[in-house]
Design a binder for this molecule. Structure first.
Ligand code: ZN
Length: 208
C-alpha cells in the first residue's frame, strides 16, 4: 500500500507548520479579543490594561480556557503566546493594581508572592488567591458590561448609569500645596458626572 503513504518533504512540513501556527495565532488573538471586553481602555492612548500580575498569569488564563473549551482554543506554549502578544498586541499591558485605587487584597497577596521571606507554600497560596481574585474581577466586569450592552440594545427596557463626583477642592482655590486653606477661596459647588450608557452624559453642578 505504498500509494497510501504520504511522504512529507521539507517544504510540505514547513507549510504545515506555518498553517498550524497561523491557526494558533488566530486562536490566541480571538481569546484576547474576548479578554479585552473586560479590560480597562485608557482614555488618552490605545492601551488596554489587564489586572494580571504577570504575563505567565495571562497565559495560565488562556490555557485554562483552552482546557475548558477545547473546541475553541488551540494549544500553544507560553513562549508562542507571549510572542504573539508582544508582536501583535503591544498595547495590551499589565497593571500592578486595580484601577482608581490600590486594592488591599491585591497589595497583600502580591506582596507575599514576590516576598523574599515568604516560603514556597506561602507563595503558592498567594498565587492561587490572586488567580481566584482576578477571575472574580473578570466575571464582575463582564457582568457590568453585559448590563451596559442590554441598556444600549434595549434602552426602553433597561437603564445603565455611572455616577462620579469631581474632587471638591477641600483646600480651596488656588489649589497649590504652599497655599493654606484659610488663605484660599473655598468653592461651594459640587460637580457630578452622570453617564447613561445608552444615550447621554450629564454634568450636575450644585451648591453645598
Ligand atoms: Zn484586587
Amino acid at each position: 500500500m505504498w500509494g497510501m503513504v504520504k511522504v512529507l518533504y521539507g517544504s510540505d512540513m514547513y507549510r504545515r507548520r506555518k498553517s498550524r501556527e497561523a491557526t494558533t495565532t488566530v486562536s490566541v488573538l480571538a481569546w484576547f479579543k474576548t479578554l479585552l471586553l473586560a479590560a480597562d481602555k485608557m482614555p488618552d492612548t490605545s492601551d488596554f490594561i489587564i489586572p494580571a500580575g504577570t504575563k505567565r498569569d495571562v497565559y495560565t488564563w488562556y490555557d485554562q480556557d483552552r482546557i475548558a473549551h477545547d473546541t475553541l482554543y488551540e494549544k500553544c506554549s507560553a513562549s508562542f503566546f507571549n510572542n504573539i502578544w508582544s508582536r501583535i498586541l503591544p498595547n495590551v499591558k499589565l497593571r500592578k493594581y486595580l484601577r482608581f485605587t490600590k486594592c488591599c487584597y491585591c497589595v497583600k497577596w502580591r506582596g507575599t508572592r514576590w516576598s523574599k521571606q515568604a516560603t514556597t507554600a506561602q507563595k503558592a497560596e498567594a498565587k492561587e488567591k490572586l488567580r481566584e481574585h482576578y477571575s472574580y474581577i473578570k466575571c464582575e466586569r463582564a457582568y457590568g458590561r453585559a448590563k451596559q450592552n442590554q441598556a444600549i440594545q434595549e434602552p426602553d427596557k433597561y437603564l445603565s448609569i455611572a455616577i462620579d463626583g469631581c474632587e471638591n477642592l477641600p483646600h480651596g482655590l488656588p489649589h497649590f500645596p504652599e497655599v493654606h486653606a484659610q488663605h484660599s477661596i473655598i468653592p461651594f459647588i459640587v460637580v457630578s458626572l452622570v453617564i447613561s450608557h445608552a444615550n447621554y452624559v450629564c454634568i450636575y453642578i450644585y451648591l453645598t
